[in-house]
Design a protein around this ligand. Structure first.
Ligand code: CS2
Length: 466
C-alpha cells in the first residue's frame, strides 16, 4: 500500500494539470507531509502519449503559468502528481495502480466526445470502439480504447478488495456529468454481462457531478523557453491558464476525499444550477463565436470579442436567450456573464479558436440546443442562436467540401460527412435526430426559418471561399 492517500486521474490533458492537480497541489502546501494526497496520472490513448512521456521524465512535476486579465503572471511548480503511467501501452498497469487501499477516487477528463453518448444520453453501444472494449473486458484480452473499458478493468480490481469502495468523479463539461457517466457505464457493464460487478458498483461506487472552470489554452511553443528564462528550470511540458478558477463538486463520496474545501473548492448537494449557468453562458459562448470567428480568419478567441459585431451578437445571445431561460440562479447571472466576457477578451491567454472549435458535434446538444429549446418553449424565436448555428453549419460545410482549411478534430465528423453526401445537405442536417433531438419536428416553423438563414449564410460565405 502506498504511503499517502491517492487519487488516480484518467486523461492527462492541460486542463487536468491546471485544475485538479493544481487544487491538490495547493492543498498539499497546507498539510503536513503525512497527510498529503498524491495523484497517479494515467494516459489512456495512444495518440496522447507525448505529454505523459514528458511528464514522467520529470516525475510528474511541471510548471503552470497563471495569467491575470492584465497580463500579470505567476509561475507555480505543481508537485501533486508523483506517478505517471501509460495504460495505452500496457493495460495491465491498471491492476497495479488500483490494487492499493490508498487509492480513494478517480477523476476523469476525456472531453465530451469521450463518453460515446446518443441523443437520449444512452451509451452508443454500436460504436466500434465500444464494441471493441466490451470484447476486451469480456475476454480479458487486448487493450481497451475507451474510458469505459479502462474503468471496468479498474473496478474489477476494486471489487476483489476488502476496502475497494471508490469515488468516480468526471470533470468534463457534460451537463449532469456524474449521472450521465453512471448511466452510460452501467449500460457498458450490462452489455459485457458483468452482473456481479453491477451489483458491487451499486454498493461501492459513487459518481458525483461537478462543475469545473479554468480556461486552459494549448500551451504556446515558447512557454518552456520562458520558464527557463524566468524560473531557471528546464520543463518539457509546462502549461498556462487564466487565473480564474472554480470547482464545484457534489458531496457524494464513496471513500475518503481530499479536504479541498480548504483551498476554495465548493462541496455541495446542488451542482446542477452552477453547471447549467457555466455550460450555457461560458461553453455556449465559446461554441457560439468560434465558427464565425474561424470563417472571418481569426485565430484566437479574444479576436472574436474585439470584433464589435461579434461582441454584440454574443451579448444578444446571452442577454436575450440564455440568461432569461436559466431558471435557477446560483449567483447573479448578469454579473457572471460580464466576468466571463472579460475572461474571453484576455489577449494574454490567446486561446486558439482551433482548440475551442473541436468536437462540435457532441458539444452542440450540450451547450446550445437547450437554449434553443427553452426559448421555443416560451414562444420566443431565438434569432441570435439561429445566427450562431448558421455559422457553425457553414463552417462544417466549407471545411468538409475542402474550401476552407482548418485543423478541425472531431470523433463524430462522419456524422457531418453524411449530411454533406445527401442531395440537400442543409435539410439532412436539420433532420438529424442526434443533433436536434426532435426539436425541429415539434417546431416546424423554426426549422424552416433556420433552413432559410443557413442557406443565406452559405451564399454569403461561398463567395468568400470559392
Ligand atoms: C471550452 C472549454 O473547449 C471548450 O468547449 O469552452 O474547454 C472551456 O475553456 C473550459 O470549460 C473553461 O473552464
Amino acid at each position: 500500500m502506498s504511503e499517502h492517500n491517492r487519487l488516480v486521474h484518467f486523461g492527462i490533458g492541460a486542463f487536468h494539470r491546471g485544475h485538479q492537480a493544481y487544487y491538490l497541489h495547493l492543498l498539499n502546501q497546507q498539510l503536513p507531509e503525512e497527510e498529503r494526497w498524491y495523484y497517479t496520472d494515467v494516459n489512456l490513448r495512444e495518440e496522447t502519449r507525448a505529454i505523459p512521456e514528458a511528464l514522467s521524465k520529470q516525475n510528474g512535476r511541471f510548471h503552470f503559468k497563471r495569467i491575470a486579465p492584465d497580463g500579470n503572471a505567476d509561475f507555480i511548480e505543481i508537485t501533486s502528481i508523483d506517478r505517471v503511467e501509460d495504460a495505452s501501452s500496457d493495460p495491465s498497469i491498471i491492476n497495479t495502480i488500483f490494487n492499493d487501499d490508498a487509492v480513494k477516487a478517480i477523476t476523469i477528463t476525456v472531453t465530451e466526445g469521450g463518453y460515446y453518448l446518443t441523443e437520449s444520453n444512452d451509451l452508443n453501444l454500436t460504436h466500434p470502439e465500444i464494441i471493441h472494449d466490451i470484447q476486451v473486458v469480456k475476454s480479458g484480452n487486448g487493450k481497451p480504447k475507451t474510458l469505459f473499458g479502462y474503468l471496468t478493468l479498474a473496478l474489477m480490481v476494486r471489487q476483489k478488495m476488502a476496502n475497494g469502495a471508490i469515488t468516480v468523479a468526471t470533470c468534463d463539461n457534460l451537463r449532469d456529468n456524474g449521472n450521465r457517466l453512471e448511466h452510460a457505464f452501467a449500460q457498458f457493464v450490462e452489455a459485457a454481462g458483468l452482473d456481479d460487478l453491477t451489483q458491487w458498483i451499486s454498493d461501492g461506487v459513487t459518481f458525483p457531478c461537478s462543475m469545473v472552470d479554468r480556461i486552459t489554452p494549448v500551451p504556446p511553443k515558447d512557454l518552456a523557453e520562458e520558464i527557463d528564462r524566468v524560473v531557471g528550470k528546464k520543463d518539457l511540458c509546462p502549461i498556462m491558464g487564466e487565473d480564474f478558477e472554480q470547482w464545484v463538486i457534489e458531496s457524494k463520496f464513496a471513500a475518503e476525499f481530499p479536504p479541498l474545501e480548504k483551498v476554495g473548492v465548493t462541496f455541495t448537494d446542488k451542482v446542477h444550477a452552477f453547471e447549467e449557468a457555466k455550460i450555457r453562458i461560458l461553453n455556449g459562448g465559446h461554441f457560439g463565436l468560434s465558427y464565425v470567428g474561424a470563417l472571418r480568419g481569426y485565430k484566437t478567441y479574444d479576436e472574436n470579442v474585439r470584433d464589435d459585431n461579434l461582441n454584440e451578437l454574443l451579448k444578444q445571445y446571452h442577454q436575450r436567450e440564455v440568461i432569461p431561460t436559466i431558471y435557477e440562479h446560483p449567483f447573479d447571472l448578469e454579473n457572471y456573464r460580464q466576468v466571463i466576457v472579460l475572461r474571453f477578451s484576455n489577449t494574454f491567454i490567446a486561446d486558439s479558436i482551433e482548440r475551442i472549435a473541436m468536437d462540435s458535434i457532441s458539444k452542440f446538444p450540450q451547450f446550445i440546443l437547450p437554449t434553443i429549446k427553452l426559448n421555443l418553449e416560451r414562444g420566443y424565436v431565438p434569432t441570435a442562436a439561429m445566427t450562431l448555428v448558421s455559422y457553425w453549419y457553414c463552417f462544417l460545410a466549407l471545411y468538409l467540401n475542402g474550401r476552407f482549411q482548418f485543423n478541425y478534430k472531431d470523433p463524430y465528423l462522419h456524422v457531418a460527412e453524411k449530411w454533406m453526401q445527401e442531395s440537400d445537405p442543409v435539410k439532412a442536417f436539420l433532420a438529424d435526430p442526434d443533433i436536434w433531438q426532435g426539436l425541429n419536428k415539434r417546431f416546424p416553423l423554426f426549422g424552416e426559418q433556420l433552413e432559410e438563414q443557413i442557406k443565406q449564410t452559405l451564399d454569403d460565405y461561398q463567395e468568400r471561399y470559392p
